[in-house]
Design a protein around this ligand. Structure first.
Ligand code: MN3
Length: 214
């Protein structure tokens, strides 16, 4: 079984002006495309782990053969992270969170504005490439913000990624240049709270978040 690059759930231009068309094309087709290609190439060497989902591989990296462990961590992480990323955005998104995610944010941060400020600050201060996340332990609704380097996904630490934003320069540099905080602030206008609420349902029931495409 091979992993596949999922189609974007909207046009390349759909997230304008927050995320520009050219960035979406390069980010999805080239960057995410390369993670999928490189993940498949690594797994070709070990048919015994090819039946596992990308999430299963990341959840127990020690079970991945050592000679492909770094490749699976980086490219499997890149695949799972971006599969989530495209889904948790939508054109005309944003606004205040609703439903279960609103309750989680209120419990952990008091209000949405304070959560946004802390999430943006963590993303802005993260040194180099990586992701900023809202995570919880599976089955718990006590959420917190973490950052991870490179393409590391929180599931490798036993945490459930409720939502995350990509702070690699490839995510924003064409439009925002070095102004990462501007990108982080604008990103809230394309957040898809309905999709994030679906992920919260998975968190509550200890299920995997929607699996990355194979
Ligand atoms: Mn990226």
């Amino acid at each position: 079984m091979t992993h596949e690059l999922p189609a974007l759930p909207y046009d390349y231009s759909a997230l304008e002006p927050v995320i520009d068309t050219q960035t979406m094309k390069l980010h999805h087709d080239m960057h995410h495309g390369a993670y999928v290609k490189n993940l498949n190439a690594a797994l070709e060497k070990h048919p015994n782990v090819q039946s596992k989902s990308a999430e299963e591989l990341l959840r127990d990296l020690n079970a991945v053969p050592e000679d492909i462990r770094t490749a699976v961590r980086n490219n499997g992480g890149g695949h799972v992270n971006h599969t989530m990323f495209w889904k948790i955005m939508k054109p005309k998104g944003g606004g205040d969170p609703n439903g279960a995610i609103a309750a989680i944010i209120k419990k952990a941060f008091g209000n949405f504005k304070d959560f946004q400020a802390k999430f943006n600050d963590a993303g802005a201060k993260h040194f180099g490439s990586g992701w900023v996340w809202l995570v919880a332990s599976p089955g718990s609704e006590d959420a917190r913000i973490i950052t991870t380097p490179n393409q590391d996904n929180p599931i490798s630490q036993g945490l459930f990624p409720i939502m995350g934003n990509d702070v690699w320069e490839h995510a924003y540099y064409l439009k925002y240049n070095n102004r990462r905080p501007e990108y982080l602030a604008a990103w809230w206008n394309v957040v898809n709270w309905d999709e994030i609420n679906k992920r919260v349902e998975s968190l509550k029931s200890h299920r995997e978040p929607a699996l990355a495409h194979r």
